[in-house]
Design a protein. Structure first.
Length: 350
């Protein structure tokens, strides 16, 4: 099946999807990934309904959507939402705490929000007749001790409370599906980057430890950038990362929602009997390659220093998109340079 992307879907896929309009609940719909999915759904002629703990953003982008502020585990609120939208049959669950460092310092917050509240939400939704869910998951479950492509059969090795909270949710969804009329699909991916391609939404907040933010800071303040470790078994000796443009991720969710809602998506279970689809770059990017892409995209002349590995450094890895291509006709299409420039341009609007 030929691969489709966020940009080239317009003529072919979205024309067809508009003939099959859906109403879909997006939890965390005001967040980085959730908001981009909402826009992609709306652009395709569907009706996203947003549930988010944040107040309605002061942004005209959200004015056309049904927006509910509150807790995903609030049974009264979920009853209100389904009562107002009885034709809603699918949930895309993006709401989650995602700061790995914070999860180590405050693990209970992550187990409560990412696991316990999600289970309560699913239980309430099942009682209300909503029986399909797409989980926006994480490839942080995979061990990055070896630089290789993770497929859906790679064994989960969650190393942080954040990753474990997401994995425990996956296991719970599997158990629920064994006893209830409930279907679910899990997307796993590493690092989203970029913004909506027309700059209606993007990443908000601060991610000071990110590779892109570090490069921006070095370029802004004319400081050298340091690459730690140049003797790894990779293309150029530096560690490997995996980045997928957020608009490409959103396109995958739209494709899956259509197929999942009309029962035409049969996801093969992995060796752990989980319906998982990885969304990856297929080849990853080394830190050196990312630095070069940044310098080329921004026309900056960074001084790059190279140093020894640090204790605890790992080589990294990337997610395969083979199954996504086979089942959904999806593959990432946005270039890394474009994603970098879109991230910077979006940040300049905040």
């Amino acid at each position: 099946m030929p691969a489709r992307s966020a940009d080239n879907c317009d003529m072919h896929l979205f024309r067809f999807i508009q003939e099959y309009q859906m109403k879909i609940l997006i939890t965390g719909g005001a967040g980085y990934i959730g908001s981009t999915i909402c826009l992609a759904l709306a652009d395709a002629g569907h009706q996203p309904v947003i549930l988010d703990e944040q107040a309605l953003p002061a942004n005209e982008t959200y004015n056309k959507f049904s927006y509910y502020q509150g807790d995903i585990a609030d049974k009264h609120l979920l009853t209100q939402i389904i009562g107002a939208h009885p034709d809603l049959s699918l949930v895309i669950h993006c709401a989650a705490k995602i700061d790995v460092a914070e999860s180590i310092s405050h693990p209970s917050i992550y187990y409560e929000n990412n696991f316990s509240k999600s289970i309560s939400m699913v239980s309430h939704l099942l009682d209300l007749g909503v029986k399909k869910l797409i989980l926006s998951g994480t490839a942080a479950l995979y061990s990055a001790d070896n630089a290789h492509s993770f497929d859906e059969h790679a064994p989960p090795t969650p190393m942080s409370p954040y990753a474990r909270s997401k994995y425990f949710l996956e296991l719970a969804l599997k158990d629920i599906s064994n006893t209830k009329d409930f279907q679910f699909l899990i997307f796993r991916y590493f690092n989203p980057i970029g913004s909506d391609h027309t700059f209606r939404t993007g990443f908000r907040g601060s991610n000071k430890s990110s590779l892109l933010n570090s490069l921006i800071q070095c370029a802004t303040f004319r400081q050298p950038f340091q690459i730690n470790g140049t003797d790894w078994n990779t293309r150029d000796g530096s560690t490997v990362r995996d980045f997928v443009d957020v608009a490409d991720l959103a396109a995958a969710h739209v494709l899956a929602a259509l197929a999942f809602d009309n029962n035409s998506l049969a996801v093969p279970l992995n060796q752990f009997e989980m319906p998982v689809i990885n969304l990856g770059s297929q080849r990853g990017v080394t830190v050196q390659e990312f630095v070069s892409a940044f310098m080329s995209a921004t026309k900056s002349d960074l001084v790059v220093n190279r140093a020894e590995r640090r204790p605890g450094d790992i080589v990294g890895g990337y997610a395969s998109s083979r199954l996504a291509r086979e089942l959904l006709g999806w593959a990432p299409s946005t270039s890394l340079q474009t994603s970098i420039l879109n991230s910077i341009r979006w940040a300049s609007t905040l």
